[in-house]
Design a binder for this molecule. Structure first.
Ligand code: NAP
Length: 487
């Protein structure tokens, strides 16, 4: 791996890992360029794994599997706990790395590191509480004993928007369950994944238990791994489009899949909401990671009586945000991940404006270097505009006016996604009644942030399959085994 000179000023050299990590060995290489999204300049170049490297990673995960599975839960737990502590000790360097390669503001990057490390602490605890069952059959003929066994080698594929947290949310439960893994991080943000693997090594993760590959051929590499009968799990976080392709590929070898896919979260504000609380929540739900979050509020449905005050308040807050490189401590809204991301946002906003929407702030890309789009509020957006159907993944808040509860529910559910939703009302009974009718895996009531390692994260409809985190997250990496026992 080679680093641009600018990079070394920001991050701890101890975290500069060197390329592919297979079987506890580092293999340097080149071929994948990592850019600073605030300038478009080269930050680093990392190794580009070929199919043979992926096969070696599966061999390494296989060689380590029996030993890791037999390692007592308490010992697995202590390794995860050390990894959590090391991430916490190195929080500032990890946050800087994330801010550099992803572009998000340092405050968001620090928040991500704390959230990411927490998955290791949570699963260090859960590793020692793997459940089983003992039951009596209704007929009285025998007893039912249910054990949970590690599912086998797991391939973990993660996106660029949370380079640390999406990895720990998978590695934590997989290792706690007794599985060995191969992590393929996103090509835009591999440095955080390699830095964390370095810390895992220091925490005592045995060689081969965690392997990390970067590649310019994600489809070829993943298909080769899924075709290997030793691989029994695919845990993917990313877009719904790629998720569909991977589900079809995994079907060929009937590999168990957990899918954390795209979202199109509605943010519903009722007339009886506390305006300031709703605006605070809106800023978190929209602007964490500058809108590049799967749970980001994508459609603001605001009841007629509070609509104008909400638009005015949101516009003032969005306008006041300081735009700049993520690693500048003053920045509140960093760049988008790529120029393509800016183009997509521009297309959605331009189409909405052409269809009659009005921008109360922002509304077109910034022209300076880097991939910047300004915080934008749109009002009078037609409910069938493409911006209401597609993930914006940027700092744009389209606001739609509604009259009745039934109308809000109908609009909120008018999407193939169902990951996250938000409701603001002082009337908890009303919020719960509406919430029960919203098709979503997660619902924030008077809260703009719902992610928590102790809670089940995931979506319904085309937002995914399975849940990460919480007490059930570990079961995604286990198979129940039923013993019919007569004694
Ligand atoms: P993406 O394009 O689907 O990529 C995600 C990962 O899949 C990357 O590592 C990518 O590798 C890899 N990939 C791409 N094509 C592949 C293929 N044919 N086979 C195997 N792997 C492949 O998504 P993204 O743009 O990185 O992330 C944004 C999306 O993720 C959004 O839709 C967002 O909502 C979703 N997301 C969901 C959650 C959740 O928990 N539900 C959380 C975060 C993000 P390369 O980088 O090398 O292309």
């Amino acid at each position: 791996m080679t680093f641009h000179a600018k990079f070394s000023g920001y991050a701890d050299p101890a975290l500069h890992a060197a390329g592919l990590y297979i079987g506890g060995k580092w293999q340097s290489g080149s071929g994948i360029t990592v850019l600073d999204p605030s300038t478009g300049n080269l930050l680093a170049e990392v190794a580009d794994a070929a199919i043979e490297d992926a096969q070696r990673a599966v061999d390494a995960a296989d060689a380590a599997a029996a030993g890791w599975r037999a390692t007592p839960a308490r010992q697995r737990s202590e390794i995860l706990r050390r990894w959590y502590q090391l991430m916490t000790q190195h929080a500032e360097e990890l946050a800087t790395l994330i801010a550099l390669e992803n572009g998000k503001a340092l405050a968001d990057a620090r928040g991500e590191v704390a959230y990411a490390a927490e998955f290791f602490r949570w699963y260090a605890e859960e590793a020692t509480r793997i459940p089983g069952e003992f039951r009596h059959t209704p007929s009285g003929s025998h007893n039912i004993l249910v054990d949970h066994e590690p599912i086998g080698i797991a391939v973990l594929i993660t996106p660029w928007n949370f380079p640390a947290a999406m990895a720990t949310r998978k590695i934590g439960p997989a290792l706690a369950a007794g599985c060995t893994v191969i992590l393929k991080p996103a090509s835009e943000t591999p440095l955080t994944a390699y830095a964390m693997a370095r810390l895992g090594e220091e925490a005592g993760v045995p060689p081969g238990v965690v392997n990390v590959l970067t590649t310019s051929n994600p489809g070829g590499i993943t298909n080769a791994m899924l075709a290997d009968p030793r691989v029994r799990k695919l845990s993917f976080t990313g877009s719904t489009g790629v998720g569909r392709v991977l589900l079809a590929e995994a079907a060929k070898s009937v590999v168990s899949c957990s899918m954390e896919l795209g979202g199109n979260a509605p943010f519903i504000v009722f007339d009886d909401a506390d305006l300031e609380v709703a605006l605070d929540g809106a800023m978190i739900a929209k602007m964490r990671n500058a809108g590049e979050a799967c749970t980001a509020a994508n459609r603001f449905y605001v009841q007629a009586g509070i609509h104008d005050a909400f638009v005015a308040g949101l516009t003032a807050r969005m306008k006041s945000l300081k735009i700049g490189p993520g690693y500048d401590p003053e920045t509140q809204c960093g760049p988008m991940i790529t120029q393509n991301a800016v183009r997509k946002i521009d297309r959605l906003v331009s189409e909405a404006l052409a269809a009659g929407a009005r921008a109360t702030t922002g509304g077109k890309p910034l022209t300076e270097n880097g991939y910047f789009y300004p915080p934008t509020v749109l009002e009078n957006v037609p409910v069938n505009a493409s911006i209401a159907r597609e993930e914006i993944f940027g700092p744009v808040a389209p606001v739609y006016k509604f009259e009745s509860d039934d109308e809000a529910i109908r609009l909120a559910n008018n999407t193939e996604y169902g990951l996250a939703a938000y409701i603001y009302s002082r009337d908890l009974k009303r919020a719960m009644k509406v919430g029960k009718r919203i098709e979503t895996g997660m619902l924030g009531i008077n809260r703009g942030l719902m992610s928590d390692p102790a809670a089940p994260f995931g979506g319904v409809k085309q937002s995914g399959l399975g849940r990460e985190g919480g007490v059930t997250g570990i079961l995604e990496f286990m198979e129940p085994k039923y013993f019919a026992v007569d004694y």
